[in-house]
Structure formats: structure tokens, C-alpha cells
Design a protein around this ligand. Structure first.
Ligand code: SF4
Length: 51
């Protein structure tokens, strides 16, 4: 098996901070620089490994 698409659904995120605390490489962080106002939930799904 190979990971071919890595999607992050911000609509499913509870902003619980657990992934930030668990990441051993400090690759995830929360910030106040964001814009999450969208008209449809599908726009909250981000593809992180664009090719
Ligand atoms: S672990 Fe991270 S991605 Fe998952 S719900 Fe919590 S903050 Fe969101």
C-alpha cells in the first residue's frame, strides 16, 4: 500500500490540539492566520500533497 492522496478535512477537525501535541517533529501548529469562511463544506477539504 502506498499513500497517494493526503487530505485534511477541516470540517471534521474539532481543534482539540491533540495532533499538535503528538507530532514528534513539530510539523503542526495552530495560528490565528487563517480564513475558514466558506460557503460549502467541500471547500474545507484540503489536499496536502498536491502534485
Ligand atoms: S487531532 Fe488535530 S486534526 Fe484531529 S481533531 Fe484534533 S486538532 Fe483537529
Amino acid at each position: 500500500r502506498r499513500l497517494v492522496r493526503y487530505e485534511y478535512d477541516l470540517g471534521s477537525c474539532m481543534f482539540c490540539h491533540l495532533c499538535v501535541n503528538a507530532c514528534p517533529h513539530d510539523a503542526i501548529r495552530f495560528s490565528t492566520a487563517f480564513e475558514h469562511a466558506v460557503y460549502t463544506r467541500d471547500k474545507l477539504v484540503k489536499t496536502l500533497n498536491k502534485q
